[in-house]
Design a protein. Structure first.
Length: 319
C-alpha cells in the first residue's frame, strides 16, 4: 500500500487557510473549534516539538494559558529521538507503599546516561492529589506512573520537549492566580477633619479681620520652544552584538529584514564552521535584542519571525 502524503502547510498563507478549515471541522477537540488562531499556535507548537499538524491538535492541551503535551505523546517524542537508548517504567510496593519508577537512557557518543525519577503515594498525599475525584481515584497507578514519566522525560530530554510539561501534571496545578491586585492602602484620615467648626459669632469676626488678598499683575515670561531631535525609526533589526542591521519605518520591511539577517547568519556560520555552542549563543542574543520589537508585530508576523529563528536554533543545537 502506498504511503499517503501528509497535509502540512508550507507557508503562512497556507497555515492560516489550513487553520480556518480545521477549526470549522467537527473532528477536532472542542478547545479548537471556531478558533483558527489557537489552531495556528498549536500547529506552531507541534512544529517546534516535531509533531505533524493533526498530531499537535490531538496531543497539545492548553491548561491555565500554557501549552502542555499528553504523556503518551511526550514518550513518543523521546523514543523517536535518535539519542534515546530506552525507557523503562514499573511500580513497586503495595497499597500506600506504592512507588512508580521511570528510567530513561540517553546516548552521549559512546556513553549512556541514565535518569531515574520516582513518584510515590506519599508524594501524592503531600501534594494533596491522593483521593481527589477523577483519575486519581479511578486510575491511581496510571497517574503515579505519569508523574514519574513526566519528571524523567523532562530531566533527560529537555531539548526534545522544549520545556513543555505533561498535560496530566498541568491539570493538577491550581488555576493561575497571579493577576495583579490593587494593594494600595486607603489614605489615612486627617485628624483636623474631626475638629468641630468654630462658633458662628467668632467666625464672622474672623472674616472681618482677614485682609483682602492683594492682586499683583505679573507679566508672563515668553516660553521658548525647544526643537525636538528627530526620533529613531521604530522598526530596527539588531544583530547579536546590539548593532543595527537595518532601520525602517514599516513592519513588513522589518519582518523581511529579520528573516534575511537570520539566513545570512546561517550561511556565514556554516561557511566559517562556527562552534555550535557559540552559534546558539549568538542566535539567542539576536532574539533578546529584537524581543521588544517582535512583541509589537501582529500574531501572524510574530509567529513567522519566531519560527525562522527557532528553526535556526534547533539546527545548531542538534550539531
Amino acid at each position: 500500500m502506498s504511503k499517503l502524503p501528509t497535509l502540512a502547510p508550507q507557508n503562512m498563507t497556507e497555515a492560516m487557510e489550513f487553520s480556518k478549515m480545521i477549526s470549522a471541522s467537527g473532528m477536532v477537540p472542542g478547545a479548537y473549534k471556531g478558533k483558527p488562531q489557537d489552531v495556528l499556535v498549536a500547529i506552531q507548537w507541534g512544529y517546534e516539538l516535531g509533531l505533524q499538524p493533526l498530531q499537535a491538535l490531538q496531543n497539545i492541551a492548553v491548561i491555565n494559558g500554557k501549552p502542555s503535551v499528553y504523556g503518551d505523546a511526550a514518550l513518543a517524542l523521546v523514543k523517536n529521538d535518535p539519542r534515546c537508548a530506552g525507557v523503562k517504567e514499573w511500580i513497586d510496593g503495595e497499597g500506600d507503599d506504592r512507588v512508580a519508577h521511570c528510567l530513561v537512557k540517553r546516548r552521549y557518543a559512546e556513553d549512556i546516561e541514565e535518569t531515574e525519577r520516582t513518584f510515590s503515594v506519599t508524594d501524592a498525599k503531600r501534594a494533596k492529589l491522593w483521593g481527589r475525584q477523577g483519575p486519581w481515584t479511578q486510575y491511581a497507578d496510571r497517574m503515579l506512573a505519569m508523574r514519574a514519566r513526566g519528571f524523567a522525560l523532562r530531566d533527560a530530554f529537555p531539548d526534545a520537549l522544549k520545556g513543555v510539561i505533561t498535560a496530566e501534571e498541568a491539570q493538577d496545578y491550581p488555576a493561575d492566580k497571579s493577576a495583579p491586585r490593587d494593594v494600595t492602602p486607603p489614605p489615612a484620615a486627617n485628624p483636623l477633619d474631626n475638629l468641630p467648626p468654630p462658633p458662628a459669632d467668632d467666625y464672622e469676626e474672623y472674616q472681618k479681620m482677614e485682609p483682602e488678598p492683594e492682586v499683583i499683575d505679573v507679566e508672563p515670561e515668553p516660553v521658548q520652544v525647544r526643537e525636538e531631535s528627530p526620533s529613531r525609526p521604530e522598526w530596527v533589526v539588531y544583530r547579536h552584538d546590539g548593532e543595527a542591521y537595518k532601520e525602517s519605518d514599516g513592519k513588513s520591511v522589518f519582518v523581511d529584514a529579520y528573516e534575511t539577517m537570520i539566513e545570512v547568519y546561517g550561511k556565514k556560520m556554516d561557511k566559517e564552521k562556527t562552534d555550535p555552542a557559540e552559534a546558539v549563543a549568538m542566535l539567542y542574543q539576536i532574539r533578546d535584542h529584537n524581543n521588544e520589537t517582535v512583541k509589537k508585530l501582529q500574531a501572524t508576523d510574530r509567529v513567522r519571525v519566531v519560527s525562522v529563528l527557532n528553526k535556526m536554533i534547533s539546527k545548531w543545537e542538534g550539531k
